[in-house]
Design a protein around this ligand. Structure first.
Ligand code: E4P
Length: 217
């Protein structure tokens, strides 16, 4: 399973990219809005210069014509741009039109497996089921990942399953076990994932023993 970063913050992207773990980046309008004064096109192009992999840029039109217009524009910014389109019927229309032009689409805000099947049939490159937001309403979000993975495998559907709305390290583990192709994670969750008290205690002990051994030589 590949790891994407879910952010539009360039410092976070630079840091996570330096760890050598990033295969792509996802953004959305809410993440962009956190970057006060930033320009959308410049941000996406800067991200593409930092990470060599798919970079999702989200459309904000509600109608297919508008989504297609935005999608064509975003795709011209950089070859790694993937156009993010919501799971609606207008979205399906836009995805099928963009796919015919070889523009890759990430169908976002997916909350059931039928949306995922329809998005794939329309030609989606990626489907983004929102695990955390489903958990928030008291339903197990990871079940949706398992259902989509099973449907896609059973029917030889090449659309990539991206576990989105990841809230904690255990979501990453479960998404990988469920067979997701990608998990897109907030920076905080990636950082948290590498922290373990036994790792810190282990380093401390090794260093103390090393020091004692050197002093006793
Ligand atoms: C996916 O690409 C979305 O940007 C994201 O994962 C949404 O997550 P949230 O529920 O934390 O906003």
């Amino acid at each position: 399973m590949q790891i994407y970063l879910d952010t539009a913050n360039l410092d976070e992207i630079r840091t996570a990219a330096s760890w050598g773990v990033l295969s792509g980046v996802t953004t959305n309008p809410s993440l962009m809005a956190k970057e006060k004064g930033a320009d959308f096109k410049a941000t996406i192009q800067e991200i593409a210069s930092l990470v060599d992999g798919p970079i999702s840029a989200e459309t904000t039109s509600l109608d297919a014509d508008g989504m297609v217009r935005e999608g064509r524009e975003f795709a011209a910014w950089h070859p790694n741009v993937v156009v993010k389109i919501p799971s609606t019927t207008e979205g399906l229309k836009a995805v099928s039109r963009l796919a015919r032009e070889n523009i890759r689409c990430n169908v976002t805000l997916c909350f059931n497996a039928v949306q995922a099947l329809m998005a794939a049939r329309a030609g989606a490159y990626i489907i983004s089921p929102f695990v955390g937001r489903i958990d928030d309403v008291g339903v197990d979000g990871m079940t949706l990942i398992r259902e989509i993975v099973q449907i896609y495998r059973t029917h030889n559907i090449p659309t990539l399953v991206l576990a989105a709305s990841i809230r904690h390290p255990r979501h990453i583990v479960e998404a990988a076990l469920a067979g997701a192709d990608i998990a897109t994670c907030p920076f905080k969750v990636l950082e948290q994932s590498m922290r373990h008290p036994l790792t810190d205690i282990g380093i401390e002990r090794f260093l103390a023993d090393w020091k004692a051994w050197q002093q006793g030589r």
